[in-house]
Design a protein around this ligand. Structure first.
Ligand SMILES: Cc1cc2nc3c(=O)[nH]c(=O)nc-3n(C[C@H](O)[C@H](O)[C@H](O)COP(=O)(O)OP(=O)(O)OC[C@H]3O[C@@H](n4cnc5c(N)ncnc54)[C@H](O)[C@@H]3O)c2cc1C
Length: 384
């Protein structure tokens, strides 16, 4: 990194979906990028996620959609199964990368991360693991080839210092970059705990299945030819921690009231060695998303509840729009202002809708929740 001039050099905090895709987009735009990722090792296990149309569209722009479709499981339909175990409707989501291509894809998280990581490194991004940013200081103006720009001095947890033209906080909902940049956020819990369990893919699981229960909702998402994940949303519970050892058994118990095909899933869940339970939490930065030459993106700026399966889409779109605005403006702060202007309303809509869906589920208004999910998918189909 050219730390003497520091301009057109960026430090990204976090090598998640937002950080890796932003770093790739910036590197392709001519930036020298380093990522500080707090986790010492690349994740090798973990559940999957659904890449909806906007995610695939943004990945296609990065020329990574094909790799994700090949490694994951292409899908187009969502089948709703009622509380009696009978299918009640089947919905097709918008196909945003071509009429003959799938509307969405399920993929294992470590597989997606490997694809994003490999492309970032291929573009020259340097990823430092086991490292975070501990201090950020704006140090005034410098004259770059492209025009005047503010520099930022970034101290890393190994004691080294970078003088860069840009710092991007992409460190998730619990972001510490946010605080270092002096940006305010509150993180809210919504009375739901969500479960995910990796299981072998049953042959009938070619699209997403949603199962209505008496109190909770469950579902199944294929993520490869051989794997799928079961999900369950527990309603009206306190945020709590359960030891890993008991998770598979507890999830199996929570699935007991569900009839039909869920009966087939219960023994698979009991045998699963990858079960996670997470609180449904959201955040949205009402105030500034940027200060000086620093900005927050992805879940650090706007984390929706998982019901819309679209947090990854917003994260990838952020990186693309950020790189576009930095290419368009002479000064970094003007580019960051333009970035926020383009992103705020779309991200707010998604976060607020996801919170409304969580509320409808808590009130057992599942039909209204589904209607809102599909209305929001139509809205999200509009270009970012
Ligand atoms: C249960 C669940 C299911 C979901 N399912 C879907 C889905 O199906 N589809 C979908 O699109 N979205 C889904 N989401 C949302 C999606 O996971 C997020 O929106 C997305 O991961 C956001 O990416 P990110 O890079 O902003 O944050 P993260 O994925 O949280 O990545 C942040 C990265 O920063 C690192 N980090 C954290 N703190 C620091 C620090 N101090 N210094 C350096 N590095 C740090 C972390 O280790 C991590 O690598 C789901 C979310 C949950 C909780």
């Amino acid at each position: 990194m050219d730390s003497s001039r520091g301009v057109r050099t960026a430090v990204v905090v976090g090598a998640g979906i937002a950080g890796l895709t932003a770093a790739t987009a910036l590197a392709r735009g001519g930036w020298q990028v380093e990522i500080a990722e707090i986790s010492p090792a690349e994740a090798t296990s973990g559940w999957g996620l659904c890449l909806t149309g906007p995610s695939l569209r943004a990945l296609a722009e990065l020329r990574l959609a094909d790799a994700c479709l090949t490694a994951g499981h292409s899908m187009t339909t969502v089948t709703h199964v009622g509380a009696t175990g009978e299918p009640v409707d089947e919905i097709q989501l918008p196909r945003l990368i071509g009429a003959r291509r799938p509307a969405m894809a399920g993929i294992a998280r470590p597989v997606l991360h490997r694809i994003l990581h490999a492309e970032a490194e291929r573009c020259g991004v340097v990823v430092h693991r086991g490292l975070t940013v501990v201090a950020v200081e704006q140090v005034g103006n410098a004259r770059a080839a492209a025009g005047p720009s503010e520099l930022v001095r970034v101290r890393l947890s190994d004691g080294t210092v970078r003088q860069a033209g840009l710092i991007v906080g992409a460190d998730g909902i619990g972001s510490s970059a946010r605080g270092l940049l002096g940006l305010d956020a509150s993180v809210d819990y919504h009375g739901q705990m969500v479960w995910r369990a990796l299981v072998p893919r049953p042959p009938w699981a070619t699209g997403i299945h949603h199962f209505a229960g008496k109190a909770d909702t469950a579902g199944l998402v294929p993520i490869s030819d051989s794997l799928a994940y079961v999900f369950l949303t527990e309603n009206g519970v306190e945020q709590s921690f359960l030891p890993d050892a008991g998770l598979a058994l507890r999830l199996q118990q929570l699935l007991e009231p569900f009839p039909g095909r869920v009966e087939e899933l219960r023994p698979l869940v009991a045998a699963s060695r990858s079960v996670v339970r997470r609180p449904v939490r959201t955040t949205f930065l009402e105030g500034a998303w940027h200060r000086g030459s620093g900005v927050v993106i992805g879940d650090a700026a706007h984390a929706p509840a998982p019901q819309m399966a679209s947090g990854a889409a917003l994260a990838i779109e952020d990186g693309l729009v950020l790189a576009e605005e930095l290419a368009r403006h002479e000064s970094v702060s003007e580019a960051l202002e333009a970035f926020t202007g383009r992103r705020r309303q779309r991200c707010r809509t998604l976060v607020e809708t996801s919170m409304a869906i969580a509320g409808l589920e808590q009130a057992q208004r599942h039909h209204d929740a589904h209607a809102l999910v599909y209305a929001c998918h139509q809205q999200m189909a509009e270009p970012a």
